[in-house]
Ligand binder design. Sequence first.
Ligand code: URA
Length: 239
Amino acid sequence: MSKKLSLDKILQSQGFGTRKWCAEVIADGEVSINGSVVDDSRVSIDTDGLQFTIFDELWTYHEHVYIALNKPANYECSRKASHHPGVLKLLPEQFDRRDVQPVGRLDHDTRGLLLMSDDGPFIHRQSSPKYHVPKIYVATTHAAVSDELVAALLHGVQLNDEPAPLAAVSCRRVGEYQIEIVLAEGKYHQVKRMLAAAGNHCVALQRAQIGKLTLTELGLAEGDWCYLSAAQRALLVAD
Ligand code: URA
């Protein structure tokens, strides 16, 4: 739906700074649209498909942002990171100002696909256990993967503080020390705790896929991110 907003409000909504700061930058002639400087911050502009240049950098207006990040190890998913830098450090600083947050959590030492957004209902839907969006992980184990390990993870293992055993949606051996495991829930340290409960130990963990959205198809190098299109977001479903 097309929406008209004043230019200072547009820049503020995209996380560039306070409305006052944005108005000053506009008055200084630092903002252009279609190659022409717009120095009146109150001019009303259609945000639909809007592209603008600020400090010589081209930006596209997004009412909300939906981001896929290939998270490296040693970054924390919390907004108030304590022992390691937060994942927001891997994105342009505008995203932090517009309250972009991780959708769910990966442990600081887990790598792979992490969604981030500033759309509250989207974050809620993706994190809600009601929607059961499957998450696919590749776990490297300390001891060789046995048939019994795979069988136990498929059958269900009892974790402390859980009322009932938790089972993988699917699980298969993909290397001597590697399994691919699909989970429907997102409990705290779930893969690591399930592997420990099944008598092995997780030494490295990567999230490879959420719903039908795969890290491989996104082609993101570690630490890189991209916007998700509506078609890509439509892949974030149970089936
Ligand atoms: N399970 C874990 O143990 N850690 C993660 O980061 C994600 C799933």
